[in-house]
Structure formats: C-alpha cells, structure tokens
Design a protein around this ligand. Structure first.
Ligand code: ATP
Length: 357
C-alpha cells in the first residue's frame, strides 16, 4: 500500500498545448492517503480516465510527478507500480475455472502454491465465490465475472492501490447495490487504497470516504459526501451532486448583502463586484422554504410545478424570472404565491463559480 501524491500534474494529448482547452488535465495537486476509500466523480470527458492512466503508468503526464510513498514513479512502467485495476468490462479467462482465474496474478508472480491456495480461498470467501471455485468462468453471469475481476484485484497483497473504472456499468440494476455495498465492506476489511471512478453520484457517495469531484480537467472539490452536500465549493459541485441539484441564481452584492431583484437573500461581506465577474447565490432545494404572505421579507415567488419524489415533493417556483426549486415533505400545503426564504447557514455566494463566503 502507498500514499500516492500527484505533484503539479498537467496533461495534454496533442503536441504544443497553448490554450486552456488543450489540456485534458489542468494543473492538479492531489494526495491519496494510504488505505483511503476514494471516488473520482465527474461527467464524461472531465479527465477521470486520463488521471487513472497516469497513476497506473499507462500514460506519462506532460508535466508534473507521481509519487508513491515519496518515491518518484513518473517514469516507471505499469508492471513496476503494483496497481490493480478493475475495468468496466470484466477481464476473465473464460476457459479457466474461477479458482484458476483468482490464482493467476499470484502464480504469475511465483507465489508458492500453498500460499496461493490459502489466499484464493480467503478472497473467494469475501466475495461469495467459494461455492463456484471449480466452475468454468465462461458460464458465469456479468456480475459473477465482475466479482472475479474484483477478486483478482484483491488477491495480491503487494498492491499499492486498487482502481475501479466504472466497474458496475454492465451489472444489472438490481444487483448493483449488492456489489456496491460489497465493495465498501471489502475496503473495510482489506484497507487497501481504493480509487473508484464513476460519473454516478450515488455510487461515489455510497462507496467513498472522500470524493474528488472533477470538471473540465480540474478538481473542483475534495470532500466527504456531507461536505459536498452542505458546502459546495463550486457551483458545479452544487449542480452535479444532489437531486435536484443546488439552485444557482444570478445576484448583485451591495452593502454586505447578496440581492436578487433588489431583495436581500444572503449576507455577503466580501464579494462586491469590482470588475466583470459573475456573482451568484447558491442554495440547495432542501434549505429553501416557501411561505404565504411576506410581512417579514423574502423573495416573492409563485409555484409553477409540483412533482412527487416519494416522501417529498419537488416544488418549482419562479422568482424574478429565475426557477427556484425546493423540497417539502409529502402532504405539505403548497401556496400558489408567497415568499421564498433561504436558510442563511446553508446559503453561499459564488464568484465566477467559486464560493466566496
Ligand atoms: P469518460 O467518462 O467518458 O471516460 P473521462 O472523464 O474519463 O470521460 P477522459 O477520457 O480522461 O475523460 O478524457 C479527458 C479529455 O481528454 C476529453 O476531452 C477527451 O476527449 C480527451 N482525450 C481522452 N483520450 C484521448 C486521446 N487518446 N487522444 C486525444 N484526446 C483524448
């Protein structure tokens, strides 16, 4: 196992990158603690696979260094980095038995057959494959095969990290949650550094202790699921995480207040605009209330749509031409007109996308 540090990393696929858009990864400084459970979360094309390939050694970064426990491994090939990878599509040898598939990485490294046997049986027990060790892998379902891939990642005790690249893509929806919770349980048992790449927030938030959120080649926030929910550092995180995502509304800042349509909606001491900047207020639907009457202030709004979301309703309102969503418990009376109030503890002002207070 190792602490992995990415030091001032940048990567461009083309020669002579000139503009920001030429970089698949913009400047990146990141530290993955030894034994941590991480998710790398972001939309398609944000640079997740590029970053994984740089850590595993399949790709050499244009700039910067990769360090494992303080040792520079930037120039080392994949086989010298001891990274196990589990891909979207299971990599199994169909003609071999489940047992031989699991044993393969160990036999390949010359591990004694007695130790191979002990380890294969231990891992098979963890991933519920004990009863099918003698079966040929060819006959297994997609989730069975993905379990083998997983087992092959776990079977080696000399790996620095295990990386999962969208490992549940081909798994039936009703089995996904089983494998997802299995992975979490496995991490708690083996304590190997795990990096789970996905564009699915549910997968990221249920697996990881820390989530690294990426957008357009840069990391926009690293945090626990709770931190990402309660205090998004960037409007992108607010949008991308949560269902529905955070409300992001253009505002002005004056006299220490953020104003929408001239009405104060949040405190803001530090973001008076002194140039061509974009100022926005961000508040999650969970922290918006909507009441009839407006003696005590608030943003005048009217209800335009109500959708049922299980125990909650999503209420879509319109205020000064902006859509503002809020969540209310099922059965709550929803006014057709009223005022919106934002919880001051959970409302933030963003300047050019980044949080300012
Ligand atoms: P996905 O979830 O779709 O796999 P991703 O987040 O993994 O996306 P990357 O595959 O790392 O993103 O791509 C990051 C950027 O680099 C994208 O703009 C992509 O078009 C570009 N890119 C990726 N691989 C190559 C390549 N081999 N040659 C040129 N450009 C590439």
């Amino acid at each position: 196992m190792a602490r992995i540090v990415l030091d001032t990393l940048r990567h461009a696929y083309g020669p002579a990158p000139a503009s920001d858009g030429d970089w698949a990864l913009k400047r990146l400084d990141l530290e993955w603690e030894d034994g941590g459970a991480y998710a790398l979360l972001g939309p398609s094309g944000c640079g997740k696979t590029t970053l994984l390939s740089i850590i595993s050694g399949l790709l050499k970064p244009t700039e910067g260094r990769v360090l494992f426990d303080g040792t520079d491994v930037t120039a080392l090939p994949p086989d010298r980095r001891h990274i196990a990878q589990v891909f979207q599509f299971p990599v199994v040898y169909d003609t071999m038995s489940v047992y031989d598939n699991l044993a393969f990485p160990l036999r390949n490294r010359g591990v004694a057959e007695r130790d191979v046997d002990a380890r294969v049986r231990e891992i098979a027990g963890m991933i519920d494959l004990t009863h099918m060790l003698e079966r040929r892998a060819a006959g297994l379902t997609a989730d069975g095969k993905q379990k083998i891939s997983l087992g092959r990642g776990l079977v080696r005790s000399d790996v620095n990290a295990i990386m999962f690249d969208e490992p549940l893509t081909v798994i039936d929806p009703h089995l996904k949650w089983q494998l997802r919770s299995k992975l979490k349980e496995l991490h708690q048992r083996v304590h190997t550094t795990m990096i789970y790449v996905t564009h699915d927030q549910t997968e990221a938030l249920t697996f990881a202790d820390k989530v690294v959120v990426m957008n357009q080649g840069e990391v926009v926030q690293i945090g626990t699921p709770v931190e990402l929910f309660e205090r998004p550092q960037h409007t992108f995180v607010g949008h991308f995480i949560g269902s529905p995502g955070m409300n992001v509304l253009p505002c002005e800042v004056s006299g220490g207040k953020a104003l929408i349509g001239g009405i104060a909606v949040a405190d803001c001491q530090t973001a008076e605009a002194t140039g061509p900047v974009r100022l926005e207020v961000g508040v999650r639907p969970e922290f918006v209330s909507f009441v009839e009457g407006g003696e005590e202030g608030g943003l005048p709004a009217r209800t335009v749509k109500v959708s049922d979301a299980g125990r909650f309703s999503i209420v879509e309102t319109q205020a000064f031409g902006h859509v503002v969503k809020l969540l209310v418990p099922e059965g709550t009376r929803i006014p057709s007109e009223g005022v919106l109030r934002f919880d001051p503890e959970r409302t933030a002002v963003y300047r050019d996308g980044w949080i300012v207070n």
